[in-house]
Ligand binder design. Structure first.
Ligand SMILES: Cc1cc2nc3c(=O)[nH]c(=O)nc-3n(C[C@H](O)[C@H](O)[C@H](O)COP(=O)(O)O)c2cc1C
Length: 237
C-alpha cells in the first residue's frame, strides 16, 4: 500500500476518533524570521527535576523572557546532533528521540505575551533555531475555541502545539504507526516538562483541545494533525 493511501486510511481513523472533520485548510503566509539567542543549558539535577516537575495552574502575570523561551525550545525540541541518514549527510536528530529518527513532529508557538515577540502564531525551526512568524493576529479569540479549559488562556504566556505530519510518517511506515507518532509526542511532552521545570517555568500538558480549531489556528493542512497542546509561562512566585 502506498504512503498516500495509508495516510488517507489514517485520516479516516483520526476523523472517526475525533468525531470531527477539519475546517478547510487556510495556510498562513510565512512572515518574519526571528533567530533565537544562543543560551546555556539550565544547570539542574535530572532526578531533582523529575521530582520537582508538576502540572501547574499558577502562572506569573508577565512576558515570557526570550532567553527562557530560547532555552526551553532548544533543549526540549531542538536538534541534538546531525547524522548521515535518509540520503543526506547532515540529517538532524532531536533532543527528543523519535521512531526511526523520522522528522515527523513540528512545534508551533502561540504567543500571548513574550519578550520581543508580537502576539501571534510562530513555527519553530529546530535546525536554524528560529521562529517563523505565521500570523500576527491576536491569538486570544481563536484560543477561546481551542482550549476546552479556557482558564489556561489568561494564565499561560505561550501555548506550544505539537503536530505530526502523517504524509512523512506513512511514506515510511504502515498504518499502525498512527500509535507511534503519539508516543513520539509524549516523549517531546516530557522534555518540555523537564526543561521547563529546570528553567523555572510553570507548565501543563493539555490534551483537552479542539482538533479542528487548533489546526485552523496553526494553518496546517489535514495531513498535519495537532497531537498535543502545552501551556507555559514563568511560574507565579
Ligand atoms: C498526556 C497528558 C495530557 C494532559 N491533559 C491535561 C488537560 O487537558 N488539562 C489539564 O488540566 N491537565 C492535563 N494534564 C495534566 C495532568 O492532569 C497531570 O499531569 C496529572 O494530574 C498529574 O499531575 P502532575 O503533572 O502535577 O504530576 C495532562 C497530562 C498529560 C501527561
Amino acid at each position: 500500500m502506498g504512503g498516500r493511501e495509508t495516510t488517507e486510511r489514517a485520516l479516516a481513523v483520526h476523523r472517526l476518533l475525533n468525531s470531527q472533520s477539519p475546517d478547510p485548510p487556510r495556510p498562513l503566509p510565512h512572515g518574519r524570521r526571528f533567530p533565537l539567542p544562543d543560551v546555556h543549558p539550565p544547570q539542574a539535577d535530572l532526578v531533582a527535576t523529575l521530582a520537582r516537575r508538576r502540572s501547574s495552574y499558577a502562572y506569573a502575570d508577565r512576558d515570557l523572557e526570550l532567553t527562557a523561551l530560547s532555552a526551553w525550545l532548544r533543549f526540549s525540541v531542538g536538534v541534538q546532533r546531525f547524522v548521515p541518514a535518509f540520503g543526506v549527510a547532515d540529517y538532524p536528530l532531536g533532543m527528543a528521540p523519535s521512531a526511526g529518527g523520522l522528522d515527523i513532529l513540528r512545534a508551533y508557538l502561540v504567543v500571548r505575551r513574550a519578550e520581543q515577540l508580537d502576539p501571534g502564531v510562530y513555527r519553530y525551526e529546530a535546525v536554524s533555531h528560529e521562529l517563523v512568524e505565521l500570523s500576527d493576529a491576536d491569538p486570544v479569540p481563536a484560543l477561546e475555541h481551542v482550549y476546552l479549559q479556557p482558564e489556561f488562556i489568561p494564565r499561560a504566556a505561550v501555548s506550544l502545539a505539537l503536530t505530526a505530519r502523517l504524509d512523512v510518517a506513512f511514506d515510511k511506515y504502515p498504518l499502525r504507526h498512527y500509535r507511534t507518532l503519539h508516543v513520539d509526542t509524549g516523549i517531546a511532552v516530557q522534555n518540555l516538562y523537564l526543561v521547563g521545570t529546570a528553567l523555572g517555568l510553570a507548565c501543563c500538558a493539555v490534551a483537552g483541545f479542539d482538533d479542528a480549531a487548533l489546526g485552523t489556528l496553526l494553518g496546517v493542512t489535514e495531513t498535519e494533525i495537532p497531537t498535543m497542546l502545552f501551556a507555559a509561562g514563568h511560574a507565579a512566585t
